[in-house]
Write a protein that binds this ligand. Sequence first.
Ligand SMILES: Nc1ncnc2c1ncn2[C@@H]1O[C@H](COP(=O)(O)OP(=O)(O)OP(=O)(O)O)[C@@H](O)[C@H]1O
Length: 335
Amino acid sequence: MTDARSNILDVRGLRIAIPGRDGERVAVSNVDFEVARGEVLGLVGESGSGKSLSMLAVMGLLPRNMQVTGSVRFDGQELLGLPARQMRSIRGGRIAMVFQDPMTALNPVMTVGAQIAEAIRLHNPSLSRRALRARAVGLLELVSIPMPEQRFDQYPHEFSGGMRQRVVIAIAVANDPELLIADEPTTALDVTIQAQIVEIFDRLRREKGLAIVLITHDLGLVAGLADRITILYSGRVAERGAIEAVFRRPRHPYTAGLLAAVPSIDSTSERLHAIDGTPPSLAARPSGCQFHPRCAFALPVCAERDPDFQWFGQSMAACHRAAEALPMAGGDDGR
Ligand SMILES: Nc1ncnc2c1ncn2[C@@H]1O[C@H](COP(=O)(O)OP(=O)(O)OP(=O)(O)O)[C@@H](O)[C@H]1O
């Protein structure tokens, strides 16, 4: 892994607690992840695993009642506790975001071009109308929208879902951010369009050195794009590391289960292997390893003690049995 200095984003020991009438509930605990410039990090987990809360913490957008501790460093600067005004200028400037539903991010009564130009103008108030238009058209080109000159003057409803998501990406990267946080950016799109969006992200990373955090429950999406992966389960990191290492040799049974659930093109089986059971609710988190009630390999210790991380060169996993060669599904080394 790269050392901390070259990471554009470094999250350490992130903890997010939600106060309630019967005491606080810890939604995210001891979460670490990092992404270097030009790299893509896949932040993966089932619904409720803490992906969105973790990224809201990075952006300083958590609801006020939540208590966040740990460290979130962006280009070396600590963001937790930063005054709201400073955080606002980083957000939308150096850190940009793309969400699942492009329609909610776009204004239906403004042309697409005007919306992109407005995003540019916010950070470049002295640019002329002509210069704004030229840059906006350039951005439409960058995200592979055909006939950008004509498209500039059209409204969001004149665009398909995939084209709208490209517009949202164009707006997000309008001011050359260093980090893009994309929360389920392709979930609402069909598979072909998904692949095109992935290609655009890949180009932005290669050509502009953009770092991307891709939040998703889709391991297939991560496989095509990410350099590293962090897998969250029940608010904690189950496994993380270089994507090849984690995919080739998952060390956590949860990772193996997720990998086995990815449909493969050459699969002869119609049935997807899903992991039996459901993740624990915030109100009823188990003792010990969070995954043990669903784990086929659980030992008595797994219910008693939260596992420490074990490091395997390019990946690490929080599993009492991580070092053993368990007969898990997933991975490609024939176990
Ligand atoms: N505003 C809130 N108040 C109380 N609990 C919350 C709130 N927001 C999230 N949670 C809880 O915190 C946990 C983590 O939620 P989070 O939204 O980060 O999960 P996620 O992995 O992003 O899931 P999804 O894929 O469904 O968005 C969940 O148990 C969720 O119910």
